[in-house]
Design a protein around this ligand. Sequence first.
Ligand code: F0G
Length: 454
Amino acid sequence: MKTIIEPFRIKSVEPIRMTTRAEREAKLKAADYNLFALKSEDVIIDLLTDSGTGAMSAEQWAAVMRGDESYAGSPSYYRFRDSVQELMPFEHIIPTHQGRAAEAILVSIFGGAGKHVPSNTHFDTTRGNIEASGAEAYDLVIEEGKDPASLYPFKGNMDLGKLKAFLEEKGDSVPMVMITITNNAGGGQPVSLENIRGVAALAHEYGKPFIIDGCRFSENAWFIKQREEGQQDRSIKDIVRDCFSVADGMTMSAKKDAFGNIGGWIAFNNDSLAEQARVRLIQTEGFPTYGGLAGRDLEALAQGLHEIIDEDYLRYRIRTNEYIIEKLDALGIPVVKPAGGHAVFVDAKSWLPHIDPLKYPAHTVACKLYEIGGIRSCEIGSVMFGRQTDGSEKPAAMELVRLAFPRRTYTQSHADYVVEAFEQLAAEKDQLKGFKIIREPKLMRHFTCSFAPL
Ligand code: F0G
C-alpha cells in the first residue's frame, strides 16, 4: 500500500473549540498581536511547539499508574535508567525536570567567564545558559545549513574545518564540544553519523569532552537510515547507539523524542563529572533518582523511549512534514527544504519581500495564519533574534515561520486544513505591511513583547 496512515487509532479525544475569523481577530488584538499571549483554547491547531505537547499512548498511561513516588531508590527510576541506557550507553543517567535544567547543570560544570563553547547551532536555552555563565556560544554549522533552498541531506552537520580552526585558536578556553541533533534552530535538519563521528574524533584529538544535545535523536536516526550510505538495513536502535557511543555525555529534553509531557536528563560516562552533576541536581532539582520529576513521569518516559524508535511511527512523523511541504511548494510558498524532523519552516523573507526584516515578515505571516485559520505557529526571525546585547536592532539571518508538530496529535485532515489556510494567506499577503514593537522586556522579548500592525 502506498498511503502512509497515522499508525495509531484514537482512544481518547480532546475537543477543539471552533472560532470565527472575527473572533480570532479580536483575540489577537487583545493579545497585542503576540501569539504567546493567546489562550490555547482560542487556538484551533496549535503548532507553537512539539515540546511536551504530544499524545501519550495507552501503554504510557498504564505505566503512569505503576509510578512509585519514593523519594530515593524508586523502581520507576531504574526502569527509566534502563530504557535510556538501552539507547544511549552512558554510565550515569541523571533525570531532570526538562532539557534546560540539564543544560544549566552542564554549564555549572563547564561554563564560566572566558570559556568558548562550539556547537552546530545552540538552541536558545543552551545559548542562554552558556551566556548567563559568562561564557560565549558559537554556531559552526555548515554553509548549506544556512541556505533554506539547499537540498543537502544533512544540513545540521558541523563544519569540521571550522571546528578544527576554532579548537586551534581558542585552545584551553574550550571546555567542551557540543552538537544538537536534530539542529532545531537550523530548521530541524539532521546531522549524519559520519559527522557525529568526525566531531567526536576532533574533540577527542584536542582533549575535549563531546556532549550531544539529543532532544530529537530518533528523528535524526531516521534521517540517517534514509539518507546515509550503508545505513539503510540497520535498526533505528543500532543507529542511535552508534551516535551516542562516541560521546562523553548528553543533555536531553524528554518532552521531544521520549514522548513525555515533561522530563529530561543529563548523562555522563565519567564518574567525577556525574558526581558534580548529582551534587548540583540535589541543590536545584531533587534527589538523583527523581530529579524534579514524579515517579509516574519517569515511567511514562521509560515506555515512551520504547515507542519513539518505532519505524512506522517515524515514517508517518516525517511524512507529515514532507506532505505539507510538497503542497506549500506547489502553491509557490517558499519553505526550508528538505523537510526537517519536527517542523515545517516557511521562508517569509522570500515570500514577503516587500516587508522589511525589521517590520517582521515572519511574525506577520504567523499572525495572519492565526486570523485565517486559528493556527498558532512561531516566528524564528528578527523578533526572536533582532535585539542585540548593545541595545541596537539587527535583522536575523533568516525570517522563518515554524510550524512544529506535536507528536501523534494531529491527523492528515488537520494538515490539509493548514495548507488551505496558507492558500488563503497567499491571496492576502501582498496587502500585509508588517508590525512594529511597541513594548518589550530587556531579554527574550519574543515571549512577552507587544506589537502594533503597520
Ligand atoms: N535543546 C533543543 C534542541 C530544544 O529544541 C529545546 C527545546 C531544548 C534544548 C530545551 O528543552 O524545553 O525541555 O527545557 N525546545 C522547545 C522548542 C522549547 O519549542 O523548540 P526544554
